[in-house]
Design a protein around this ligand. Structure first.
Ligand code: URA
Length: 211
């Protein structure tokens, strides 16, 4: 498993505004998309490409095209949905599947409540979107789901991670070279309610309100 913390002053700046509890939902949503686009640039360095022949107005040349089937982007509902636009802005030809997962706030276990994904993901390159890697439970379940369907490699884009969640993911997927995590920051840790500290609060609530 490879973890990359994207190091860029604009990412740090946008993340700071995102963390601020006074940042209103519309700005939070806009910044989330902008951050994801910046993270997606790093996360897609290994996207599969092949040579393609094209004609420019001047001559024939060989360029670069995405290999088909194009990558599958999987936002984890609910909060991952706020990351989708930012990702598809960079990868407009990607297909999009959905996984609805929530954590039971008492047991902290991840439950899958909805799924709309191809049955067969054999050989597919998958990009998972989930803003908060807290305990790691949701991502461990999501990765298992996707690998069970045949996914070839998984890159997860998160805004923040807690060291505890990364360690849990490492314990399960550490030996794999086909799991990547791209982040804007690794924070200090989890509080007693398993919120990331300093974090940004409940990402789903800040994007979509408390429902
Ligand atoms: N999920 C969130 O939205 N925020 C956290 O801090 C942890 C999990």
């Amino acid at each position: 498993m490879r973890v990359l913390v994207a190091d860029h002053p604009l990412i740090a700046h946008k993340l700071t505004v995102l963390r601020d509890k006074n940042t209103p939902s519309p700005v939070f949503r806009q910044l989330t998309e902008e951050l994801v686009t910046l993270l997606a640039y790093e996360a897609t360095r290994q996207v599969r490409v092949e040579p393609v022949n094209i004609e420019t107005p001047v001559t024939s040349t060989v360029g670069t095209g995405l290999v088909k089937p194009t990558p599958l982007v999987v936002p984890i509902l609910r909060a991952g949905l706020g990351m989708l636009e930012g990702m598809t802005r960079l990868l407009p030809t990607a297909e999009v599947g959905f996984l609805g997962m929530a954590r039971n706030e008492e047991t902290l276990e991840a439950i899958t409540y909805a799924e709309r994904l191809p049955e067969d993901l054999t050989g597919r390159q998958v990009y998972v979107l989930d803003p908060m890697l807290a305990t790691g439970g949701t991502l461990i379940e999501a990765f298992k789901f996707l690998f069970d369907r045949g996914a070839a490699d998984i890159t997860c884009i998160c805004l923040l991670a807690a060291p505890e969640g990364l360690a849990k993911l490492e314990a399960v997927h550490g030996a794999r070279d086909n799991v990547h995590v791209v982040l804007a920051s690794i924070d200090e840790g989890l509080n007693e309610k398993s919120y990331i500290v300093p974090g940004l609060g409940d990402a789903g609530d800040r994007l979509y309100g408390v429902v």
